[in-house]
Design a protein around this ligand. Structure first.
Ligand SMILES: NC(=O)c1ccc[n+]([C@@H]2O[C@H](COP(=O)([O-])OP(=O)(O)OC[C@H]3O[C@@H](n4cnc5c(N)ncnc54)[C@H](O)[C@@H]3O)[C@@H](O)[C@H]2O)c1
Length: 255
């Protein structure tokens, strides 16, 4: 990649939540390869440290592990302050941390299970955006990318909480994007279909088959394929695109 490409993220700092594993780790690695300094923010501090080590050894970029529970506003605020003290700025926030929750029909799920999914997938994004948005507004620059899901558009059975939380992420993205549209901040979402990560362990093989069968490409996606879409949305090249939901779904989304 030529160094004058806007896709180069030299001197930029990116926080990626849930970056210790799966899609988040692939996103952090991709941004680091584009020369961003990346903050590997995750509930699992030791896995975050391992991922940061491996990214640092593969790229010349800074990779900084940070313990963060996205459901806890105090933990998020403290983590963002640590990043601001260390790096001075946050250019990119990728809200990726999320869980599927246990696959079961609505009547077999407890309210507590339902709430946990919404707390992580929706409120986690709200807390992280609230913690960085004023710093981005002061600099009149920012790129926020929220990882939603095709479930938020199509609705998957046995995943009411997950589907509802991801639909809410898409609505939240469109709304926040308009609030900061004249301030140099672009806010977009990415909706993956099935991607082979540990998250699928929360579901039954039958459930994964149901979702994969609906993908016109007839295959699952890779974390790297999602990271490629996020890279554009996190870059300066994404300058006239905001409030959108990009599908990385092998053609599954019908709208
Ligand atoms: N895998 C898929 O098929 C798929 C499809 C569509 C959307 N997504 C979305 O992509 C995102 C990443 O999923 P994945 O498949 O890589 O999952 P994963 O389970 O492999 O990784 C999720 C990461 O998030 C972290 N995490 C969980 N709760 C957290 C919290 N409270 N605070 C901070 N970190 C937390 C975990 O420790 C883990 O490292 C999620 O938002 C998920 O909903 C995944």
């Amino acid at each position: 990649m030529s160094t004058d490409s806007f896709l180069v993220l030299k001197d930029q700092v990116a926080i990626v939540t849930g970056a210790a594993a799966g899609i988040g780790a692939a996103i952090a690695r991709r941004l680091a390869r584009a020369q961003a300094g990346v903050v590997i923010a995750d509930l699992d501090a030791s896995a975050a440290a391992e991922t940061a080590d491996s990214i640092r050894s593969e790229t010349n970029s800074e990779a900084f592990p940070l313990a963060m529970d996205v459901t806890n506003p105090a933990s998020v605020e403290q983590a963002v302050q640590t990043v601001l003290q260390r790096f001075g700025r946050v250019h990119i926030l990728v809200n990726n941390a999320g869980i599927a929750g246990r696959a079961a029909p609505l009547w077999e799920q407890s309210l507590e299970e339902w709430r946990q999914v919404v707390e992580i997938n929706l409120f986690g994004i709200v807390h992280c955006c609230r913690a960085v948005i004023n710093a981005m507004r002061r600099e009149r620059y920012g790129r926020i990318v929220n990882i939603a899901s095709i479930a938020g558009k199509e609705g998957n059975p046995n995943m009411t909480a997950y589907s509802a939380s991801k639909a809410a992420v898409i609505g939240f993205t469109k709304s926040l994007a308009k609030e900061v549209a004249t301030e140099g901040i672009c806010v977009n979402a990415v909706s993956p279909a099935v991607v082979r990560t540990r998250l699928l362990e929360q579901l039954t093989p039958l459930h994964v088959e149901y979702m994969t069968e609906r993908i016109p490409m007839r295959r699952t996606g890779s974390p790297e394929e999602i990271a490629a879409v996020v890279h554009f949305l996190a870059s300066k090249d994404c300058s006239f695109v905001t409030g959108q939901c990009y599908d990385a779904s092998g053609g599954r989304a019908t709208y």
